[in-house]
Design a protein around this ligand. Structure first.
Ligand code: RIB
Ligand code: CA
Length: 314
């Protein structure tokens, strides 16, 4: 398999941390940069966590660029402490680092890098789409020069996770999502229809601890800590000790689309509704006249989980 040229945008975050480790450690990825955004935590905290996870993976070579601290319209509603902990990584404390993010802003980095690699770059967004909306405002032409956008967000037939019908990454900046879905960019939507189908559990933690390659003990301890925190949070909310694998699945789909089955849809973003704010809607009454996204509707959970664990343990 040839390597995927990737920019990964994160709001690090526990599942973002696992997605980062997957992208940083996979031999199938050439990671050109990581951009950060507000969401699970503030953009400053997301940036700090991202730098630390990259250090942990021994990948201080990958540039980290800080992005938006708020949605296009309105204000950020604050950190998701009950799911991701006070610092976004379940209270895990990293050793001090003086590594800083790059000076370029995330949106400028995205525009520049897409234009330097026309039709070669896969963008993977696992937080709000704010940085990409800013990038499109600076240069709408990037929509036709990215190879593909793979995003974790939305829900087609599955229920929402923030409201009955809305998923967190879209709900957190629906105006940005609307602009991205209307941009003409090729989009794969990895939403709750598939991410909720993958369940990580205690046996997966045990396997990472047992099978981690020599020298990776700190990575194994980090993964163990954050997943235990995440599993407990999920148990409090849903009664099951375990968790979905939202963000790592999006990275995996960018690497190998055969992990999922897709349907073509014309996805519209609800930006105004009081009940349906942030919903990703498709008119399913017939064959759509036009489509703007390949929406993931089924996932090979076993093959994806095997791939994830194999790469994490490298
Ligand atoms: O809805 C799941 C998404 O919301 C994930 O990206 C998670 O990290 C949070 O941002
Ligand atoms: Ca995320």
């Amino acid at each position: 398999m040839s390597q995927v040229n990737m920019i990964l945008d994160v709001d690090t975050g526990i599942d973002d941390s696992i997605a980062l480790l997957l992208a940083l450690k996979s031999e199938d990825v050439r990671l050109l940069g990581i951009t950060t955004v507000f969401g699970n935590v503030s953009v400053e905290q997301a940036t700090e966590n991202t730098l630390q996870v990259a250090n942990l993976a021994g990948r201080s070579d990958v540039p980290v660029l800080m992005g938006a601290d708020r949605p296009l319209l309105g204000e950020w509603d604050g950190p998701v402490v009950h799911i991701h902990g006070p610092n976004g990584v379940g209270g895990y404390s990293f050793p001090a680092t003086d590594r800083k993010p790059g000076k370029e802003r995330a949106a400028d980095f995205i525009v520049r890098t897409v234009n330097e690699h026309p039709h070669e770059l896969t963008l993977v967004f696992v937080g709000r789409l704010t940085n990409l909306a800013h990038a499109l405002a600076k240069d709408p032409g990037i929509a036709s020069r990215v190879k593909r956008l793979v995003l974790m967000g939305g829900a087609l037939r599955a229920p929402g996770n923030v409201t009955p019908v809305s998923e967190a990454n879209i709900w957190g900046d629906p105006e940005a999502a609307r602009r991205v879905f209307e941009s003409g960019m090729p989009i794969t939507m990895v939403g709750l229809d598939v991410t909720m189908a993958v369940k990580l559990n205690e046996s997966h933690i045990e396997r990472v601890v047992r099978e981690m390659a020599p020298g990776g003990e700190r990575q194994a301890a980090f993964i163990e800590h954050i997943l235990r925190f995440y599993f407990s949070a999920y148990e409090r909310e849903n009664g099951i000790y375990g968790s979905p694998a939202h963000d790592p699945l999006a990275v995996a789909v960018a690497i190998d689309p055969s992990f999922v089955e897709t349907e073509e849809h014309d996805i519209r973003i609800e930006t105004k509704g009081t009940v349906s704010y942030g919903a990703t809607l498709s008119d399913m009454r017939g064959t759509p006249k036009r489509t703007n996204a390949s929406v993931c509707v089924a996932v090979d959970t076993e093959r994806f989980t095997e791939y994830l664990l194999r790469v994490l343990c490298r």
